[in-house]
Design a protein around this ligand. Structure first.
Ligand code: COA
Length: 116
C-alpha cells in the first residue's frame, strides 16, 4: 500500500503487534493487531503481496490474526476497511457496522456471540 511509514511510532507501541505472514521463509502478507481494550482488537495495515493476491493467503492471514487475538482473550475485532476490501472481509464473516469511504467492520471471535 502507498504511504506506509516504517518509522511510524505506532508500530512500536506496547499492545500494537505488527505481524508477517511467512511462506517458504519469505514474507507474503502483513497485518497489525492493536489490543485496544480487554476485549477489543483493532486490525490495521492488512495486505498481501500484490502478485500473490486472490489465492487464499488473505484468508489464512486473517485466520492467524484471529487466533493470535484469541490468545490475548479478545472477543471482538474491528477494522476500518478499504472500500475495495469490504467484500473480502464479508466473505470471512465480518459485518459492516458503519458504511463509509472506509467502512467500519467487526467480527466476533467467539462463535455465537453477537457483536455489540
Ligand atoms: C484485501 C486483501 C488483503 C485480500 O487478500 P487475498 O489474498 O487477495 O484474499 P483471498 O484470496 O484469501 O480471498 C479470500 C476471500 O475473499 C474474497 N476477496 C478477496 N479480495 C476481495 C475483494 N477485493 N473484493 C471482494 N472479495 C474479495 C475472495 O474471493 C475469497 O472469497 P472465497 O473464499 O469465498 O472465494 C488483498 O487483496 C490486498 O492486500 N489488497 C490490497 C490492500 C488492501 O486493500 N488491504 C485491506 C486494507 S483494510
Amino acid at each position: 500500500m502507498d504511504g506506509y511509514d516504517e518509522r511510524h511510532p505506532d508500530d512500536r507501541l506496547a499492545g500494537n503487534h505488527p505481524l508477517l505472514l511467512m511462506r517458504d521463509g519469505a514474507p507474503v502478507g502483513t497485518a497489525r493487531l492493536d489490543v485496544a481494550g480487554p476485549r477489543l482488537g483493532i486490525v490495521r495495515l492488512v495486505a498481501i503481496e500484490p502478485n500473490l493476491q486472490r489465492r487464499g493467503l488473505g484468508r489464512i492471514l486473517m485466520q492467524e490474526v484471529e487466533n493470535y487475538a484469541r490468545g490475548f482473550g479478545l472477543e471482538r475485532l474491528e477494522v476500518n476497511a478499504a472500500k475495495e476490501a469490504e467484500g473480502f472481509y464479508q466473505s470471512l464473516g465480518w459485518m459492516t457496522v458503519r458504511s463509509d469511504r472506509n467502512p467500519l467492520m467487526t467480527k466476533a471471535l467467539n462463535p455465537g456471540e453477537i457483536p455489540s
